[in-house]
Design a protein around this ligand. Structure first.
Ligand SMILES: [Zn+2]
Length: 354
Protein backbone atom coordinates (compact mmCIF):
# COMPACT_ATOMS: atom_id res chain seq x y z
CA UNK A 1 0.00 0.00 0.00
CA UNK A 2 1.36 3.40 -1.02
CA UNK A 3 0.16 6.85 0.02
CA UNK A 4 1.51 9.16 -2.69
CA UNK A 5 3.04 12.45 -1.57
CA UNK A 6 3.77 15.46 -3.80
CA UNK A 7 4.86 19.08 -3.35
CA UNK A 8 2.65 21.90 -4.64
CA UNK A 9 5.29 23.83 -6.57
CA UNK A 10 7.18 26.83 -5.29
CA UNK A 11 10.26 26.90 -3.04
CA UNK A 12 11.63 30.25 -1.77
CA UNK A 13 14.28 31.52 -4.20
CA UNK A 14 17.88 32.14 -3.12
CA UNK A 15 18.21 35.69 -1.76
CA UNK A 16 20.90 36.70 -4.26
CA UNK A 17 18.64 35.66 -7.14
CA UNK A 18 15.77 37.74 -5.73
CA UNK A 19 18.09 40.77 -5.41
CA UNK A 20 19.47 40.39 -8.92
CA UNK A 21 15.98 40.07 -10.43
CA UNK A 22 14.82 43.16 -8.48
CA UNK A 23 17.72 45.17 -9.94
CA UNK A 24 17.44 43.92 -13.50
CA UNK A 25 14.87 42.54 -15.89
CA UNK A 26 13.91 39.03 -14.86
CA UNK A 27 14.69 37.88 -18.39
CA UNK A 28 18.20 39.34 -18.55
CA UNK A 29 20.26 36.53 -20.14
CA UNK A 30 23.00 37.17 -17.56
CA UNK A 31 20.65 35.73 -14.95
CA UNK A 32 20.49 32.35 -16.73
CA UNK A 33 23.30 30.70 -14.72
CA UNK A 34 21.69 31.91 -11.47
CA UNK A 35 18.34 30.39 -12.39
CA UNK A 36 20.07 27.18 -13.43
CA UNK A 37 21.97 26.98 -10.11
CA UNK A 38 18.79 27.66 -8.14
CA UNK A 39 16.89 24.91 -9.99
CA UNK A 40 19.71 22.38 -9.62
CA UNK A 41 20.06 23.12 -5.90
CA UNK A 42 16.26 22.98 -5.38
CA UNK A 43 15.94 19.60 -7.05
CA UNK A 44 18.97 18.18 -5.21
CA UNK A 45 17.58 19.28 -1.88
CA UNK A 46 14.05 18.05 -2.68
CA UNK A 47 15.46 14.66 -3.64
CA UNK A 48 17.50 14.64 -0.40
CA UNK A 49 14.25 14.89 1.58
CA UNK A 50 13.23 11.57 0.03
CA UNK A 51 10.45 13.26 -1.94
CA UNK A 52 9.30 10.76 -4.58
CA UNK A 53 8.11 13.60 -6.84
CA UNK A 54 9.86 16.96 -7.27
CA UNK A 55 9.34 20.34 -8.96
CA UNK A 56 11.75 23.03 -10.13
CA UNK A 57 10.57 25.10 -7.14
CA UNK A 58 9.22 27.65 -9.67
CA UNK A 59 12.61 29.32 -9.51
CA UNK A 60 12.05 30.91 -12.94
CA UNK A 61 8.46 32.12 -12.47
CA UNK A 62 9.97 35.50 -11.77
CA UNK A 63 6.85 37.38 -10.81
CA UNK A 64 4.81 34.54 -9.50
CA UNK A 65 2.59 31.55 -10.01
CA UNK A 66 -0.21 33.43 -11.78
CA UNK A 67 1.33 35.58 -14.50
CA UNK A 68 4.48 33.71 -15.59
CA UNK A 69 2.79 32.89 -18.92
CA UNK A 70 1.86 36.48 -19.79
CA UNK A 71 4.69 38.36 -18.13
CA UNK A 72 6.31 40.76 -20.61
CA UNK A 73 3.48 40.74 -23.17
CA UNK A 74 3.20 44.05 -25.04
CA UNK A 75 -0.61 44.01 -24.78
CA UNK A 76 -0.81 43.96 -20.97
CA UNK A 77 -0.65 46.61 -18.24
CA UNK A 78 0.27 46.03 -14.60
CA UNK A 79 -2.95 47.52 -13.15
CA UNK A 80 -5.18 44.46 -13.29
CA UNK A 81 -7.21 42.56 -10.71
CA UNK A 82 -6.17 43.22 -7.10
CA UNK A 83 -5.79 40.28 -4.70
CA UNK A 84 -6.51 41.59 -1.20
CA UNK A 85 -4.70 39.74 1.64
CA UNK A 86 -5.96 39.63 5.22
CA UNK A 87 -3.00 41.62 6.59
CA UNK A 88 -3.84 44.54 4.28
CA UNK A 89 -1.21 44.01 1.57
CA UNK A 90 -2.23 43.37 -2.03
CA UNK A 91 -0.88 41.76 -5.19
CA UNK A 92 -2.03 42.65 -8.70
CA UNK A 93 -2.51 40.62 -11.85
CA UNK A 94 -1.87 42.07 -15.29
CA UNK A 95 -4.65 43.54 -17.41
CA UNK A 96 -5.18 42.78 -21.07
CA UNK A 97 -5.16 46.02 -23.08
CA UNK A 98 -5.91 44.62 -26.56
CA UNK A 99 -6.39 41.38 -28.40
CA UNK A 100 -5.48 38.82 -29.34
CA UNK A 101 -4.56 36.97 -26.16
CA UNK A 102 -1.58 34.64 -26.45
CA UNK A 103 0.73 33.13 -23.83
CA UNK A 104 4.26 34.42 -24.00
CA UNK A 105 5.62 31.15 -22.60
CA UNK A 106 4.23 27.75 -21.67
CA UNK A 107 5.23 26.08 -18.40
CA UNK A 108 6.88 23.16 -20.18
CA UNK A 109 9.90 25.46 -20.65
CA UNK A 110 10.47 25.06 -16.90
CA UNK A 111 9.93 21.33 -17.12
CA UNK A 112 12.69 21.09 -19.77
CA UNK A 113 15.26 22.38 -17.27
CA UNK A 114 13.96 20.38 -14.29
CA UNK A 115 14.04 17.13 -16.26
CA UNK A 116 17.74 17.64 -16.92
CA UNK A 117 18.50 17.48 -13.19
CA UNK A 118 15.83 15.26 -11.65
CA UNK A 119 16.26 11.55 -10.92
CA UNK A 120 12.61 11.11 -9.88
CA UNK A 121 9.32 12.15 -11.57
CA UNK A 122 8.74 15.90 -12.00
CA UNK A 123 5.42 17.62 -11.57
CA UNK A 124 4.48 20.94 -13.21
CA UNK A 125 2.09 23.60 -11.89
CA UNK A 126 0.20 25.83 -14.33
CA UNK A 127 -2.21 28.69 -13.76
CA UNK A 128 -5.96 28.13 -14.18
CA UNK A 129 -8.02 29.63 -16.99
CA UNK A 130 -10.26 31.18 -14.33
CA UNK A 131 -7.39 33.21 -12.83
CA UNK A 132 -6.31 34.44 -16.26
CA UNK A 133 -9.91 35.28 -17.15
CA UNK A 134 -9.60 38.12 -14.62
CA UNK A 135 -7.19 39.82 -17.05
CA UNK A 136 -10.14 40.83 -19.23
CA UNK A 137 -11.55 43.54 -16.97
CA UNK A 138 -15.20 44.57 -16.99
CA UNK A 139 -15.19 47.01 -19.93
CA UNK A 140 -14.98 45.56 -23.44
CA UNK A 141 -11.80 45.68 -25.49
CA UNK A 142 -12.39 47.19 -28.97
CA UNK A 143 -12.45 44.53 -31.72
CA UNK A 144 -11.83 41.76 -29.22
CA UNK A 145 -14.88 40.39 -27.48
CA UNK A 146 -14.85 38.47 -24.23
CA UNK A 147 -15.98 35.40 -26.21
CA UNK A 148 -12.94 35.65 -28.49
CA UNK A 149 -10.75 36.07 -25.42
CA UNK A 150 -12.18 32.98 -23.71
CA UNK A 151 -11.65 30.94 -26.91
CA UNK A 152 -8.03 32.02 -27.08
CA UNK A 153 -7.50 31.49 -23.34
CA UNK A 154 -8.87 27.93 -23.40
CA UNK A 155 -6.77 27.04 -26.43
CA UNK A 156 -3.58 28.42 -24.86
CA UNK A 157 -4.24 26.63 -21.55
CA UNK A 158 -4.95 23.33 -23.30
CA UNK A 159 -1.77 23.70 -25.35
CA UNK A 160 0.24 24.33 -22.18
CA UNK A 161 -1.11 21.24 -20.40
CA UNK A 162 -0.58 19.06 -23.48
CA UNK A 163 3.01 20.24 -23.85
CA UNK A 164 3.68 19.36 -20.19
CA UNK A 165 1.98 15.95 -20.45
CA UNK A 166 3.82 15.15 -23.69
CA UNK A 167 7.16 15.93 -22.09
CA UNK A 168 6.43 13.45 -19.32
CA UNK A 169 5.22 15.58 -16.41
CA UNK A 170 4.23 13.21 -13.60
CA UNK A 171 1.24 15.46 -12.93
CA UNK A 172 0.08 18.82 -14.21
CA UNK A 173 -1.43 20.81 -11.38
CA UNK A 174 -3.81 23.66 -12.16
CA UNK A 175 -3.47 26.37 -9.50
CA UNK A 176 -7.00 27.45 -8.53
CA UNK A 177 -6.31 29.61 -5.46
CA UNK A 178 -9.00 32.07 -6.63
CA UNK A 179 -11.73 29.45 -6.06
CA UNK A 180 -12.09 30.08 -2.35
CA UNK A 181 -11.49 33.81 -2.86
CA UNK A 182 -14.42 33.85 -5.31
CA UNK A 183 -16.83 33.00 -2.48
CA UNK A 184 -15.49 35.93 -0.49
CA UNK A 185 -15.79 38.36 -3.41
CA UNK A 186 -19.24 37.08 -4.40
CA UNK A 187 -21.06 35.20 -1.62
CA UNK A 188 -23.96 34.47 -4.04
CA UNK A 189 -21.70 31.80 -5.59
CA UNK A 190 -22.14 33.11 -9.13
CA UNK A 191 -18.46 33.98 -9.61
CA UNK A 192 -17.32 30.59 -8.27
CA UNK A 193 -19.73 28.78 -10.59
CA UNK A 194 -18.50 30.74 -13.58
CA UNK A 195 -14.93 29.75 -12.63
CA UNK A 196 -15.91 26.07 -12.29
CA UNK A 197 -17.71 26.13 -15.65
CA UNK A 198 -14.77 27.77 -17.40
CA UNK A 199 -12.22 25.36 -15.94
CA UNK A 200 -14.45 22.42 -16.84
CA UNK A 201 -14.59 23.63 -20.45
CA UNK A 202 -10.80 23.26 -20.42
CA UNK A 203 -10.72 19.93 -18.55
CA UNK A 204 -13.34 18.47 -20.93
CA UNK A 205 -10.79 18.68 -23.72
CA UNK A 206 -8.77 15.90 -22.10
CA UNK A 207 -9.40 12.15 -22.07
CA UNK A 208 -10.11 10.27 -18.82
CA UNK A 209 -6.55 8.88 -19.02
CA UNK A 210 -5.08 12.36 -19.34
CA UNK A 211 -7.23 13.65 -16.49
CA UNK A 212 -5.69 11.08 -14.18
CA UNK A 213 -2.48 13.08 -14.59
CA UNK A 214 -4.20 16.45 -14.11
CA UNK A 215 -4.92 17.94 -10.69
CA UNK A 216 -6.36 21.09 -9.17
CA UNK A 217 -4.90 22.96 -6.18
CA UNK A 218 -7.02 24.96 -3.76
CA UNK A 219 -5.87 26.99 -0.78
CA UNK A 220 -6.79 30.25 1.01
CA UNK A 221 -3.79 32.04 -0.56
CA UNK A 222 -0.29 32.33 0.84
CA UNK A 223 1.87 35.43 0.68
CA UNK A 224 4.00 37.14 3.35
CA UNK A 225 2.52 34.77 5.94
CA UNK A 226 -0.98 35.98 5.16
CA UNK A 227 -4.03 34.48 3.39
CA UNK A 228 -6.82 36.00 1.33
CA UNK A 229 -9.78 33.72 1.99
CA UNK A 230 -9.15 31.57 5.09
CA UNK A 231 -12.38 32.95 6.58
CA UNK A 232 -14.47 31.34 3.81
CA UNK A 233 -15.88 28.02 5.05
CA UNK A 234 -14.74 25.12 2.86
CA UNK A 235 -18.40 24.06 2.84
CA UNK A 236 -18.90 26.97 0.41
CA UNK A 237 -16.21 25.72 -1.97
CA UNK A 238 -15.62 21.97 -1.85
CA UNK A 239 -18.98 20.71 -3.22
CA UNK A 240 -18.36 22.79 -6.37
CA UNK A 241 -14.63 22.02 -6.46
CA UNK A 242 -15.23 18.28 -6.79
CA UNK A 243 -17.42 19.00 -9.84
CA UNK A 244 -14.20 19.77 -11.69
CA UNK A 245 -13.31 17.02 -14.15
CA UNK A 246 -9.84 16.40 -12.72
CA UNK A 247 -8.39 13.20 -11.31
CA UNK A 248 -6.50 14.82 -8.45
CA UNK A 249 -7.15 17.52 -5.87
CA UNK A 250 -4.53 19.22 -3.70
CA UNK A 251 -6.40 20.74 -0.77
CA UNK A 252 -4.85 22.91 1.97
CA UNK A 253 -5.86 21.37 5.31
CA UNK A 254 -3.03 21.62 7.88
CA UNK A 255 -3.72 25.32 8.51
CA UNK A 256 -7.48 24.89 8.94
CA UNK A 257 -9.00 25.62 12.32
CA UNK A 258 -11.28 22.55 12.23
CA UNK A 259 -9.80 19.79 10.09
CA UNK A 260 -12.49 17.22 10.92
CA UNK A 261 -15.20 19.60 9.70
CA UNK A 262 -13.36 19.83 6.36
CA UNK A 263 -12.72 16.07 6.19
CA UNK A 264 -16.44 15.47 6.67
CA UNK A 265 -17.23 17.66 3.67
CA UNK A 266 -14.56 15.90 1.60
CA UNK A 267 -16.01 12.50 2.51
CA UNK A 268 -19.43 13.65 1.39
CA UNK A 269 -18.48 15.17 -1.97
CA UNK A 270 -15.33 13.37 -3.19
CA UNK A 271 -16.10 11.22 -6.25
CA UNK A 272 -14.84 7.64 -6.67
CA UNK A 273 -12.47 8.49 -9.54
CA UNK A 274 -10.82 11.38 -7.68
CA UNK A 275 -7.73 11.25 -5.49
CA UNK A 276 -7.29 13.87 -2.80
CA UNK A 277 -3.90 15.04 -1.60
CA UNK A 278 -4.47 16.68 1.77
CA UNK A 279 -2.15 19.38 3.09
CA UNK A 280 -0.21 18.04 6.08
CA UNK A 281 2.28 20.90 6.48
CA UNK A 282 1.47 24.62 6.62
CA UNK A 283 3.97 26.89 4.81
CA UNK A 284 2.40 29.83 6.61
CA UNK A 285 3.22 28.44 10.08
CA UNK A 286 6.83 29.14 11.13
CA UNK A 287 6.87 26.03 13.33
CA UNK A 288 8.40 23.03 11.54
CA UNK A 289 6.04 20.06 11.73
CA UNK A 290 7.47 16.78 13.02
CA UNK A 291 7.03 13.51 11.11
CA UNK A 292 4.75 12.45 14.00
CA UNK A 293 2.49 15.50 13.47
CA UNK A 294 2.21 14.53 9.82
CA UNK A 295 1.61 10.86 10.64
CA UNK A 296 -1.27 11.82 12.95
CA UNK A 297 -2.84 14.09 10.31
CA UNK A 298 -2.74 11.28 7.75
CA UNK A 299 -4.27 8.82 10.22
CA UNK A 300 -6.99 11.35 10.99
CA UNK A 301 -7.73 11.81 7.28
CA UNK A 302 -7.81 8.03 6.76
CA UNK A 303 -10.88 7.91 8.99
CA UNK A 304 -12.75 9.90 6.33
CA UNK A 305 -11.10 9.14 2.98
CA UNK A 306 -10.57 5.67 1.45
CA UNK A 307 -6.81 4.93 1.49
CA UNK A 308 -6.74 4.24 -2.25
CA UNK A 309 -7.95 7.82 -2.80
CA UNK A 310 -5.65 9.50 -0.27
CA UNK A 311 -2.36 11.33 -0.79
CA UNK A 312 -0.45 14.07 1.02
CA UNK A 313 0.96 17.44 0.03
CA UNK A 314 1.88 20.81 1.55
CA UNK A 315 -0.92 23.31 2.09
CA UNK A 316 0.51 25.53 -0.63
CA UNK A 317 3.71 26.37 -2.42
CA UNK A 318 6.27 27.85 -0.03
CA UNK A 319 6.59 31.09 -1.98
CA UNK A 320 3.99 31.53 -4.74
CA UNK A 321 5.25 35.07 -5.39
CA UNK A 322 8.88 35.31 -6.47
CA UNK A 323 10.13 37.94 -4.02
CA UNK A 324 8.52 36.54 -0.87
CA UNK A 325 11.15 35.73 1.75
CA UNK A 326 8.83 35.10 4.71
CA UNK A 327 9.81 31.41 4.71
CA UNK A 328 13.46 30.36 4.35
CA UNK A 329 14.62 27.66 1.96
CA UNK A 330 15.87 25.64 4.94
CA UNK A 331 12.44 25.79 6.61
CA UNK A 332 10.70 24.74 3.38
CA UNK A 333 12.92 21.68 2.93
CA UNK A 334 12.57 20.75 6.63
CA UNK A 335 8.78 20.83 6.34
CA UNK A 336 8.88 18.77 3.16
CA UNK A 337 11.11 16.20 4.85
CA UNK A 338 8.59 15.95 7.70
CA UNK A 339 5.81 15.43 5.14
CA UNK A 340 7.69 12.64 3.38
CA UNK A 341 8.73 10.85 6.60
CA UNK A 342 5.38 11.31 8.33
CA UNK A 343 3.49 9.99 5.31
CA UNK A 344 5.74 6.90 5.32
CA UNK A 345 5.10 6.39 9.06
CA UNK A 346 1.34 6.49 8.49
CA UNK A 347 1.66 4.18 5.50
CA UNK A 348 3.38 1.55 7.65
CA UNK A 349 0.76 1.79 10.39
CA UNK A 350 -2.20 1.67 8.01
CA UNK A 351 -0.56 -1.14 6.02
CA UNK A 352 -0.14 -3.25 9.17
CA UNK A 353 -3.80 -2.71 10.04
CA UNK A 354 -5.07 -4.02 6.71
ZN1 LIG B 1 -1.75 27.53 -2.71
Amino acid sequence: MIIPTEPIGSIPRPLDLIERVAQADGEDPRLAPLYEDAIRDTIERLEATGSPVVTDGEQQKHHGFADYCVDGLANTAPDGFTIPFADGHTRRLSRLTRGPFRYRRYADCYLDVALRYAHVPVKQAVISPSALSLMYTAETIPDYSREQFIDDLLREHETEIRRCLNKGAHKVQVDFTEGRLAMKLDPSGQLLHSFIDLNNLALSRFSPDERRRIGVHTCPGNDLDSTHSADVDYAELLPSLFELKAGNFYVALAGERDRRHVLNIIRKYLKPDQRIFIGVTAPIDPRIETPEDVRDRVLEASEYIPIEQLGTTDDCGFSPFFDNTSTSRDAAFAKIQARVRGTALAETLIGARQ
